[in-house]
Ligand binder design. Structure first.
Ligand SMILES: [Mg+2]
Length: 239
C-alpha cells in the first residue's frame, strides 16, 4: 500500500493545544453582563447564555459559524438593551478576560511544534470558536505558539464550523497542502476526527472523555501531545 507522504500537521485548539477546562458558562457571561447593564447582571447574563446556547445549537445542526458579537446582539435584543458597538466591545473583552486562565497551551506544545517544523512539516490551527481572532492570537503569542503555526483559522471568520468540509478546506488552502498529505489532531471525535477523515486527512485523536463520543476510528490515538511526534515519524518514515 502506498501512503502519501505527510507535509503538514494541523491542530484543533481547545482541549488539544490547551487542556480541557470545565467552566461555569453563566459565570463567564456575568462579566459581560456587568459591563452591559450592571443593575441587571443576572437577567442579562442568563440572556447571554441562552443566546450562546442557541448559537451552538444552530451550529450543531447547520454547521453555520457565529461570532461573540452575534451572541451579544441576540441577548441585547432579547432583554431590550440598546446595541452600542463600543459597549459591546468592552463587554466581549471582559468576558474573554474571564476565559483567559483556560487559554494556556499544554506544557510541551511549543516543543512539539518545533520538532514538527524541524522535520520540514507545515503547521496550522483550525478552531471552532465564536471568539474573535485577535484574542486567540494574543494568547498564542503569549505562549510562544503564534509564530510556530504557519496558518491559523478561526471559524468566527468563516461561514462554517468543523466538521463542515469548507472549514478544513480553508486551513488546507492556507497551508497549501492537499488533504492526503495532512494530519489533523483534535479532541472531538465528530468535529475533528470524523470531519478531517471525511475530507481525506489522517486524524489523530487526543483522547478525552470530556466531549461527546462518536463512532469513528482515528488513525492514531495519543494521551499526551508529546506522543504526536513519534506518530508522525512512523507515518513519515514507513517501514
Ligand atoms: Mg477541541
Amino acid at each position: 500500500m502506498t501512503v502519501a507522504p505527510i507535509e503538514a500537521v494541523l491542530f484543533d485548539w481547545g482541549g488539544t493545544l490547551t487542556a480541557f477546562h470545565s467552566v461555569d458558562l453563566l459565570d463567564a457571561w456575568r462579566a459581560a453582563a456587568h459591563v452591559l447593564a450592571p443593575d441587571r447582571e443576572d437577567d442579562v447574563a442568563a440572556a447571554l447564555l441562552d443566546a450562546e446556547r442557541e448559537v451552538w445549537a444552530r451550529t450543531a445542526t447547520t454547521m453555520r459559524s457565529a461570532t461573540t458579537g452575534e451572541v451579544l446582539h441576540a441577548a441585547s435584543a432579547a432583554v431590550g438593551l440598546p446595541v452600542e458597538a463600543a459597549l459591546h466591545e468592552r463587554a466581549v473583552a471582559a468576558y474573554l478576560d474571564g476565559w483567559a486562565p483556560t487559554s494556556f497551551a499544554r506544557p510541551g506544545a511549543v516543543d512539539v511544534m518545533r520538532s514538527l517544523r524541524q522535520r520540514g512539516l507545515r503547521t496550522g490551527l483550525l478552531s471552532n470558536t465564536h471568539w474573535p481572532r485577535g484574542r486567540h492570537e494574543e494568547w498564542l503569542a503569549r505562549d510562544g505558539l503564534l509564530d510556530l503555526l504557519d496558518a491559523r483559522i478561526y471559524t468566527s471568520d468563516l461561514e462554517h464550523v468543523k466538521p463542515h468540509p469548507a472549514a478544513f478546506a480553508a486551513l488546507l488552502d492556507a497551508v497549501g497542502v492537499a488533504p492526503e498529505h495532512a494530519v489533523f489532531v483534535g479532541d472531538r471525535p465528530h468535529d475533528d476526527i470524523w470531519g478531517a477523515q471525511a475530507v481525506g486527512m489522517r486524524a489523530v485523536w487526543m483522547r478525552t472523555d470530556a466531549v461527546p463520543s462518536y463512532d469513528v476510528e482515528p488513525d492514531a490515538v495519543i494521551d499526551d501531545l508529546g506522543e504526536l511526534v513519534a506518530v508522525v515519524d512512523r507515518w513519515t518514515q514507513p517501514g
